[in-house]
Design a binder for this molecule. Sequence first.
Ligand code: 6AU
Length: 378
Amino acid sequence: MKAEREGRKKERKREMCFFDDEKFKKNLTFLSLSLSFHHRPQLPLFQLSYLLEVLTSKGLVDAATAEAVEEFISANQAFDPTAPGNEPKPPRAAPSSVSAAAPAAAAAAPAAPAPKPKKRLPFEERASLAQCPAGKALFELMARKRTNLAVAADVPSTDAVLALADAAGPHIAVFKTHVDAQDRWTEEDAAKLTALAQKHDFMVFEDRKFADIGNTVVSQYGSGPFKIADWSHLTNAHLLPGPGIIDGLKSVGKDKQRGLLLLAEMSSAGALTDEAYAAKVAAAAEANLDFVCGFISQRPLTWPVAPSPGLVHMTPGVQLAPGGDALGQQYNTPEKVVVQEGCDVIIVGRGIVKAADPGAAAKEYRQAGWAAYEQALK
Ligand code: 6AU
């Protein structure tokens, strides 16, 4: 009996510490992350309000703290109640320890309040919120040129890459390369692409997907045969090795005003980038806003904590009709990824490069992408 009482006392003390701690905000973020670990895909943050009501009614959280938490939750609400599959669910039964100790309070715990949908901001406003110069430049470019299209230049030769940049150039915000898949990549080729970027007003994104320790990526990014940091405004990286990869890339790219996109979610079937992973990537981005300018993502509206609006979401796996390829790629429409999933930039490869007229196809995708963006702002 005594041991049981002591155990309950300890447990209560532990719960109190969680909320009384000075690092309260950090704890709340941790709580929302850990909820998403527990097999609750698309768990909306507003359930924290419900949890808060229960804890307040138990005297575990004081009124001032409760108010601060409510404010934090509403400022970080990422849940879209109108998205398919997000229909309100009945409130869950209170945990047994709560109902045993205070059945009346638990039964009277109010239903979760309706979440406020997050307003989407126009690119002009997002530009003023971006801290990374390359991200700011990208938002400004998209607003100025009225396009949120990135073309993936997955074509078999460097000459074809340059020809595509000229044909699609008038319609795109970003030209995405895989130079290690080309037959040639010299400083002259890089200079030609830079000239085309200036001529047509687009940014270059070398899709290198760095994934090594900080010390190694420093040379992969800054030197080697491709000298990516010299000519590519944007590049991307996986966070698998930990934050050292960001530090390494930043040590090369920050002074050149380059920007890094972190891969938070992948488009391919069976990708290991689950919600918990995306949440860690989002946290790493927030800690490096001077160099990380956004994400490669698929459905940022479902993330438990909405990232800063100064960060851009670029989304591959886009075609005009849903579908896939024989090797796991999955396609969604511009409308789906931009309006329903919360993405900003559509990345289109084969939908454009395999078309009979890639320039005309780029124009068509540009219109579809921009219409979806305008729809998302309504
Ligand atoms: O439209 P596609 O399928 O022909 O081409 C999609 C392009 C390719 C991929 O390497 C890239 O987008 N990609 C990425 C990027 C951009 O990082 C991530 C991902 O999850 N899926 C994906 O397809 O050049």
